[in-house]
Design a protein around this ligand. Structure first.
Ligand code: GDP
Length: 432
């Protein structure tokens, strides 16, 4: 759904406008500085169209003062939203804070509506006209309290709001795209052949598929997948020089096209630097990851114990990736690949609502506050998931977070939400 944000100084009437847009009947609460509301985004509907309304008024202002808080809101709004309503109090006129917000809003190419609130009757309209001076175009006179002008405003906002959120990446139709990766001779082509087997699909017009001749559609357990760059797997090229470089390039290119990578490892050999490099490439690409331990039919007990130790040591950083123990030769447990791929993609697609995520962050901070640094305590002011595929979070903080604390947050996020098979990224923005 497209996302519409409401920003503005305290007391300009943001919550009144939110209530008006949501059609809520409860008594309008005035913007009281320091009053925190429990959520920041609401499902909204106007003229039959649904969108998400983000109310940035709930988490302002804090000790850093109004200016900084409002600037934060504006910045977050332009990063996260498809359109912005910037609310100004027409009875007060443009203030220095308003001007600062305008500067931030000018940097975005998203539509911004300048809302001149508290225009309760026609006599007030000249006061709205003064706001032309902000340089954000035509001020839209409204009375959030009485409803005057709000319908016209929203009609225009909806025209400017895209059908699909540009913030949320489009959901692609068609089979999901899998890259089979691994160093030579681990069994990639055997795996592909076995999986494709007699069930090779000949599909030309599957929804959403652009048929690349090097890709292949394969049906496993009733579900069709696109395996990317299968030509690269089937063709056995033996390069003497620069083989590593080309192999990496090929891997990177396949990852570009894929959503999830299956990294195939040969259980009869030790986990090598090359294996780890390939896993690193997957991590860099931000794609979902499944580890397939192949040639299980050749595994004896000694090697098995040793392998377990190797996994513990070398693959601890991807302990979140589902592991399947297979034999491409016998077909053992190949069917387990499907639930693993599905789980990884589901994690990769996950979106956590902002309100939930902030509740989680608040819980963390209470249970385990960031250690004091130089007498100060970095605080997380607000957090939100800015993207999925892979899940990417931004934390707005009052100071740098120690690496250890970041890892703690990562760990807790996985404990709470799983994210099996998906990398997660946490970005920290410091507000000074
Ligand atoms: P690729 O270079 O990664 O595509 O590896 P291939 O699929 O060509 O396999 C390399 C060698 O390992 C071939 O001789 C395969 O027959 C063998 N191989 C692949 N998978 C298995 C397996 O699960 N068990 C056994 N025993 N051999 C396998």
């Amino acid at each position: 759904l497209p996302v519409l944000a409401i920003v503005g100084r305290p007391n300009v009437g943001k919550s009144a406008l939110v209530n008006r847009i949501l059609g809520r009947r409860e008594a309008v609460v005035e913007d009281v500085p320091g009053v925190t509301r429990d959520r920041v985004s609401y499902p909204a509907e106007w003229a039959g169209r649904r969108f998400t309304l983000v109310d940035t008024g709930g988490w302002e202002p804090d000790a850093r003062g109004i200016d900084a808080s409002v600037a934060d809101q504006a910045e977050i709004a332009v990063e996260l939203c498809d359109a912005v309503l910037f609310v100004v109090d027409s009875r007060v006129g443009p203030t220095a804070t308003d001007e600062r917000v305008v500067q931030l809003l000018r940097r975005t190419d998203r539509p911004v509506f300048l809302v001149a609130n508290k225009v309760d009757d026609a006599a007030q309209e000249p006061a709205a006209a003064v706001l032309w001076s902000l340089g954000l175009g035509e001020p839209r006179p409204v009375s959030a309290l009485h409803g005057r002008g709000v319908a016209d405003l929203l009609d225009d906002v909806l025209k400017a709001l895209p059908e699909r959120s540009a913030v949320a990446k489009p959901q692609l139709d068609g089979p999901r795209r899998v890259a089979i990766l691994g160093r030579p001779n681990v069994g990639k082509s055997s795996l592909l052949n076995k999986a494709a087997g007699e069930e090779r699909v000949v599909v030309n017009d599957l929804a959403g598929t652009t048929r690349d001749p090097v890709d292949e559609q394969v049906e496993i357990a009733g579900r069709v997948w696109t395996f990317v760059d299968t030509a690269g797997i089937r063709r056995r090229v033996h390069l003497q020089q620069g083989a590593d470089f080309y192999a990496s390039l090929r891997t990177a290119a396949a990852l570009e096209k894929a959503e999830v990578a299956v990294v195939v490892l040969d259980v009869t050999e030790s986990i090598s630097d090359q294996d780890l490099r390939i896993i690193d490439l997957v991590l860099e690409s931000g794609r979902a990851l499944v580890l397939a331990f192949n040639k299980w039919d050749l595994l004896d007990d000694d090697r098995r114990r040793y392998l377990e130790r190797e996994i513990e040591q070398d693959l601890a950083h991807v302990a979140w990736a589902p592991r399947v123990n297979i034999s491409a030769r016998t077909g053992r447990h190949l069917e387990k690949l499907v639930p693993a791929l599905e789980a990884a993609l589901e994690s990769w697609d996950t979106r956590i609502p902002t309100a939930k995520f902030n509740a989680f962050v608040a819980e963390l901070a209470q249970e385990h506050p960031h250690p004091l640094r130089g007498g100060k305590q970095p605080r997380i002011l607000f957090g939100t998931q800015v993207q999925n595929r892979p899940p990417t979070f931004v934390l707005f903080t009052s100071g740098f977070l120690d690496p250890g604390y970041r890892r703690f947050i990562q760990r807790r996020l996985r404990e709470r939400y799983g994210f099996e098979g998906s990398p997660i990224q946490i970005n920290v923005r410091v507000r000074e």
